[in-house]
Every structure is written in C-alpha cells, then in structure tokens.
Design a protein around this ligand. Structure first.
Ligand code: SAM
Length: 261
C-alpha cells in the first residue's frame, strides 16, 4: 500500500510506538460485548488491537484516503466505518452504554469535547489522547491559571483523571507538544444539579470571557449586587476563584428569580 502523507488540516499525527499503543489500549480495558467507537482511527494504530480484543467496533473518520484503507483492511462484520465529521456525528445513534476513545485531532479538541459532552447520557466512559496543555485545563482546580470555561463545563458533567503523558517521539510525524491520556466518566444525572444548563453555560462563558475582570463586571447583565449578597459570593472576585458548585448555585439562583411565581 502507498504511504499516507499526514494531513495537517485533519490534525494527523500517527502513533508509532508499540509500547505506548499497548499502554493506551490496556488503559481502555476493552471487553467483548462493549460498544466502542473510536474517533479518528487514522492508520489503525489503536484500532487493530481494539478490534482484536473486541471482535467488532465503530470508527468515525473524515479523511477519504484513510477510509479507503480501512475498508480494504476490515470487513463490515469487524469494523463499522462512519464516514464524516465527528463534530457533527450523532453519538447517541450508536446506543447506550457507549464507550468513546480516540487520539483526537488536536485542532478541533475543544469543540469536539463540548459536542461529546452533549451525549454524556448515552456514554459510560471516554478515554482520549489530547495535548497535555488541554488535559491540564480540563482537570484544573479553582484558583489556578489553567482553570477556565473548559474545566467548569466538563467537571460539571464528568469525573476526569489524567492517566499518563505521551512524548512527541511516539508519533509520526512528531507533534511539537507533549500529549496526555485522560479518562472521562459521566456523573449520574441526579448529581448535576443545574436547573437550566444553557444558563449555566452562558454564566460560565461570561465569567471567563474577560479573565482579568471581576464577577461584578463580567456578570453585570445577569447577576446584580443583591443576588451576590444572597448567594454569599464576593463580586470583587475573578471568575477563576469560583468552584463548579458556586457556578451552579449562581445559575440556579438566577433561574429561580427569572421563573414565573
Ligand atoms: N488514531 C490514529 C493514531 O493514533 O495514530 C490517528 C490519530 S490523528 C491525531 C487524528 C485522526 O482524526 C486522523 O485520522 C484524522 O484524519 C481524524 N480526524 C481529523 N478531524 C476529524 C473529524 N472532524 N472527524 C473525524 N475524524 C477526524
């Protein structure tokens, strides 16, 4: 088969280190009977050992050349190939409980994580490789520089753990940055607690939209001084000081106030 030239626009860096591949597949712990979908199988570095253990799995891939290779390599009984953009893919259509894995294209990692979060109800766990810097933001604690909108919105919905790092030399071509493996497990729906998740999302986006400004400024259009007093939140703080629970409390206070009596 001819050599595949990595396409930058599809964020292609292919895993080539067999020890790292084994370590990632072991961390996924695939078991016969699991419904697993891999985002961006590429040249099948992870797909091969996963299909080997599972018998059958799903993949979502956007690159036509890579899709053609996958079709040559696997029968439909072993691999269901969903051709297209993972950002638009309906992960709910594969049934629940779904396990999602992938060495994600780094150029779309944030929108992809938000898209995947909307399927949390159908998912049992997700194991991804991402830029280490993004994983540090996902798992960041309040008060740290990495803590932001991504941390709050993902920690609201998932329990997350950074498992281990992967050096650039494990890929061809080698990326410029170190990568990390992260596991995400959805929290039970009754632990989430926001009355209006769209409102929570708007408040968090506003609070982190201008990081240097205080909550009094960033949330001016949504939360007034009386609300801050009722909530016991100091409006002179910056958004990075508040916990996920603080944001849920603010959103619920505003939701209750806005709701008809
Ligand atoms: N899993 C392979 C590996 O570990 O060697 C490839 C990983 S590479 C970082 C990312 C993969 O995602 C590529 O196969 C790329 O074509 C695919 N991809 C990029 N953008 C995508 C999108 N929007 N939807 C689905 N797949 C995409």
């Amino acid at each position: 088969m001819t050599e595949h030239h990595a396409r930058k626009r599809f964020g292609q860096n292919f895993l080539s280190d067999p020890n790292i591949i084994r370590k990632i597949v072991d961390a996924i712990r695939p078991a016969v009977g699991d419904t697993i979908v891999e985002i961006g199988p590429g040249l099948a570095a992870m797909t091969d050992p996963l299909v080997e253990r599972l018998g059958h799995m799903h993949v979502v891939e956007i690159d036509r050349d890579l899709i053609a290779r996958l079709k040559e390599r696997y029968t439909p009984e072993r691999l269901t190939i969903h051709e297209g953009d993972a950002l638009k893919f309906d992960f709910g259509s594969l049934g629940a409980p779904l396990r999602v894995v992938g060495n994600l294209p780094y150029n779309i990692s944030t929108p992809l994580l938000f898209h995947l979060a909307s399927f949390a109800d159908s998912v049992s766990d997700m194991t991804f490789m991402l830029q280490k810097e993004v994983v540090m933001r996902m798992v960041a604690e309040p008060g740290t520089e990495e803590y932001g909108r991504l941390s709050v919105m993902l920690q609201y919905r998932f329990r997350m753990a950074r498992l281990f790092d992967v050096p650039p030399g494990a890929f061809r071509p080698a990326p410029k940055v170190t990568s990390s493996i992260v596991r995400m497990v959805p929290l039970p729906p009754d632990q989430l607690g926001a009355l209006d998740e769209e409102l929570l999302g708007r408040i968090v986006a506003a609070a982190f939209g201008q990081r240097r400004k205080t909550l009094r400024n960033t949330l001016r259009d949504i939360v007034d001084e009386q609300d801050f007093a009722a909530l016991g939140v100091d409006p002179g703080l910056r958004g990075e000081r508040l916990s996920v629970t603080d944001y849920v409390n603010i959103a619920n206070h505003v939701a209750r106030k806005g709701a008809p009596a």
